[in-house]
Design a protein around this ligand. Structure first.
Ligand SMILES: Cc1cc2nc3c(=O)[nH]c(=O)nc-3n(C[C@H](O)[C@H](O)[C@H](O)COP(=O)(O)OP(=O)(O)OC[C@H]3O[C@@H](n4cnc5c(N)ncnc54)[C@H](O)[C@@H]3O)c2cc1C
Length: 391
């Protein structure tokens, strides 16, 4: 087989890139190691930046999102139970976010991919990238026991944090920057109405909590927990008691309890690899960077990367100019680092760190109170939360 762009991974980055290239008439094939049900079943991101929403609209994949997604014009912070609101729409001149689960985004992307004839190979085993720094790269894998080979002009490594693309950049060239946080998020999904119509990020003496949702009838709650915490130690009632305590009595009064149908613990990490291009291989999304979920940036960053990459590839095939592809890594990383900073900062002011003493906690409370009283500080938070421009 031959194509222009071999895309490794059919997560948000890979599938969004496939749609962008298809719109520009650039031939691409997606090679994915799992099946569609597995990808659609993964409970992950839930907040779409304005830029992600705009892109889905431009691609004509926004029908169900516009009908079923929840537009949020603001978000809330709580200090020991006391709430204040950030009016994102007013502070950013009209930008908002959309609450619409990653599972729903993936379902829409897959449905439309099928209609538009986008080629996706599922359950590809033993995917390998070859000659990424030569002029004739290719990808191999096994499909139902048979060996397959895909020759291409370029490879887009959209295969997430544990994929095979990133290690294809030699260690002598690849730089990594990492921070592993000394806690995780214990999250549940429950078929109950949310406690509040907008998200609440709570800093409490006992640790962070987040009241979120996937729809008007489905709630997503998280609490910060030690990394060695065991799920079996968290029966539903214990979780509801703890999250209610951390959110504070005013919010707790509106928490509707119900059986959790999903419960998991996710570690938190900040991670960036540089550069995001090596020869004819480009990295995008989690393959190149990870953020702690506090800023709701992971999926949105993946979408921003592939927007830049698709623009660069379109310019290359339109005019033969390699300027865009040569600049891709620098352009993407400039935005990635800003999102890394925001996610790290938002995590550091809302979570309880093991080494925190009384002074450190007072600093957190003072910072949150400063945000509460300062339009400038609220604007900084709001413009990062709705998503920085794609420059
Ligand atoms: C538990 C959890 C909760 C999260 N919560 C949030 C949140 O609230 N907000 C937010 O914005 N982000 C969140 N994220 C992050 C967000 O889900 C990711 O940033 C987003 O999925 C990145 O998309 P991606 O396409 O780059 O990578 P992925 O979604 O990881 O997709 C990569 C794809 O590549 C495939 N693949 C892997 N290896 C290979 C291979 N060797 N060959 C072929 N295919 C391969 C995988 O099967 C997968 O389908 C969360 C992540 C996790 C894990």
């Amino acid at each position: 087989m031959r194509t222009k762009i071999a895309i490794i991974g059919a997560g948000p980055a890979g599938l969004m890139l496939a749609h962008l290239l298809q719109r520009d008439g650039i031939d691409a094939v997606v090679v994915e190691s799992r099946n569609r049900d597995y990808i659609e079943g993964r409970v992950r991101a839930g907040v779409l930046e304005q830029t992600t929403v705009n892109l889905l609209e431009r691609l004509g994949i926004s029908g169900r999102m516009c009908r079923e997604g929840l537009i949020h014009t603001g978000t809330n912070l709580a200090i020991d139970g006391e709430l204040f609101r950030i009016d994102m729409e007013a502070l950013t001149g009209g930008s908002t976010v959309m609450v619409y689960g990653q599972q729903e985004v993936m379902r829409d992307l897959f449905d439309d991919a099928a209609e538009r004839g986008i080629k996706i190979i599922f359950e590809a085993e033993g995917v390998q990238l070859h000659e990424v720094d030569g002029s004739h790269p290719f990808v191999t894998w096994r499909e139902h026991g048979a060996e397959r080979r895909l020759d291409c002009d370029f490879i887009a490594g959209c295969d997430g944090f544990h994929g095979v693309s990133r290690p294809c950049i030699p260690e002598t060239i690849r730089k990594t920057f990492e921070r592993v946080y000394p806690f995780g998020w214990l999250g549940i999904l429950a078929e109950v109405p949310p406690a509040n119509h907008e998200l609440i990020y709570a800093n409490h003496e006992r640790g962070f909590a987040l009241a979120s949702m996937r729809s008007a009838t489905r709630s997503r709650y998280y609490i910060q927990c030690p990394l060695d915490e065991k799920l079996e130690d968290w029966p539903d009632e214990r979780f509801w008691d703890e999250v209610s305590l951390r959110l504070g009595p005013a919010t707790a009064a509106h928490v509707v309890r119900g059986p959790a149908f999903e419960k998991s613990i996710a570690p938190l990490r900040s991670f960036v690899t540089e550069p995001m291009r090596h020869g004819r291989l480009f990295l995008a999304g989690d393959a190149a960077h990870i953020v702690p979920p506090t800023g709701a940036k992971g999926l949105n960053l993946a979408v921003a990367d592939v927007t830049f990459l698709a623009e660069a590839l379109a310019a290359y095939y339109r005019s033969g100019s390699a300027l865009g592809i040569d600049h891709y890594s620098d352009r993407a990383l400039a935005r990635v680092w800003k999102a890394e900073r925001f996610s790290w900062w938002f995590t550091s002011i809302t979570h309880r760190f093991p080494e925190m003493d009384g002074f450190a906690r007072k600093m957190q409370v003072a910072e949150l109170n400063y945000i509460r009283g300062s339009r400038a500080a609220q604007t900084m938070l709001a413009e990062n939360y709705v998503g920085l421009p794609l420059q």
